[in-house]
Design a protein around this ligand. Sequence first.
Ligand SMILES: NC(=O)c1ccc[n+]([C@@H]2O[C@H](COP(=O)([O-])OP(=O)(O)OC[C@H]3O[C@@H](n4cnc5c(N)ncnc54)[C@H](O)[C@@H]3O)[C@@H](O)[C@H]2O)c1
Ligand SMILES: [Mg+2]
Ligand SMILES: [Zn+2]
Length: 276
Amino acid sequence: MTPRWTTAVLDTDQPGGWAVARSPEGFLFDDNGALFPREWLKRQDLAILAEHGIGHLDGEPVYLLELRAHSEVPGCNWKGLRAFMLEGDHTVFKVLGYAAQIGTWAREHRFCGNCGQAMIQVPRERAMYCQPCDLRSYPRISPSMIVLVTRGDEVLLARSPRFVAGVYSTLAGFAEPGESAEDCLIREVREEVQIEVKNVQYLGSQCWPFPHSMMLGFHAEYAGGEIVCQEDEIEDAQWFNVHDLPPLPASRSIARYLIDVYVARRLGHAEPVLPG
Ligand SMILES: NC(=O)c1ccc[n+]([C@@H]2O[C@H](COP(=O)([O-])OP(=O)(O)OC[C@H]3O[C@@H](n4cnc5c(N)ncnc54)[C@H](O)[C@@H]3O)[C@@H](O)[C@H]2O)c1
Ligand SMILES: [Mg+2]
Ligand SMILES: [Zn+2]
């Protein structure tokens, strides 16, 4: 099946297509959603910082208008990316997630990190370029490990102080230079709860555009230790029985997928599908 959404580097000199507008307040939307006829959107009073051609949705070109600040557009409102993840069309969320990552990266790479001079967008390539340094900067992706640790009928779930009240999730953390995915996972579990794991198994991955994580999802078995929560990072961590789980993360997250897969296997139910 052809995917509805494919990324591409489009020429912004071409007219037409759809556009999304992103400001520090999130994405612009109205009753029809977050995609607007591009020519109409560009006629509105918007503080445009940059325009990027980002791909095709159902065969139609899509552009991003990255704004310096949010503006009032009659009949429209602004909404954060997370809200689009939680509700509405998943393909539109993927478009907006990609747009957010490109917008953030281009905004943060307007100047060369080596010499400080202005960089230019490379035509037909997703890169910012500094001519004097001959330096190209590509969109940043941050590999992050996420793991469900289990012990028979029990799963290890934890709360960060940043979570919605009551919600428990799997452990996660960013890879550091010099680490393999497995090294990172073992270190993160040790740091966050002082538990040792074994039989690490990769299950799948998910783009997590908050702001640019690439989540690599694993299952691991408990090998030893008692839970000791890392100060500041982990508010609480517990072993939960698969028959008595606390409020869990959003159904489109890989964290939820890892939990649902294990519970399904344990209870002999059909396995869920990982949202792309
Ligand atoms: N999709 C999901 O289901 C899901 C679930 C849980 C976490 N996540 C994501 O996983 C990522 C990592 O999880 P975490 O917040 O527990 O990480 P973590 O345990 O490594 O701790 C966060 C700390 O890492 C540092 N940090 C921030 N950005 C970094 C980067 N790009 N590279 C290296 N270090 C960085 C900061 O000091 C920050 O306080 C986050 O983006 C989080 O949103 C996704
Ligand atoms: Mg963490
Ligand atoms: Zn430079």
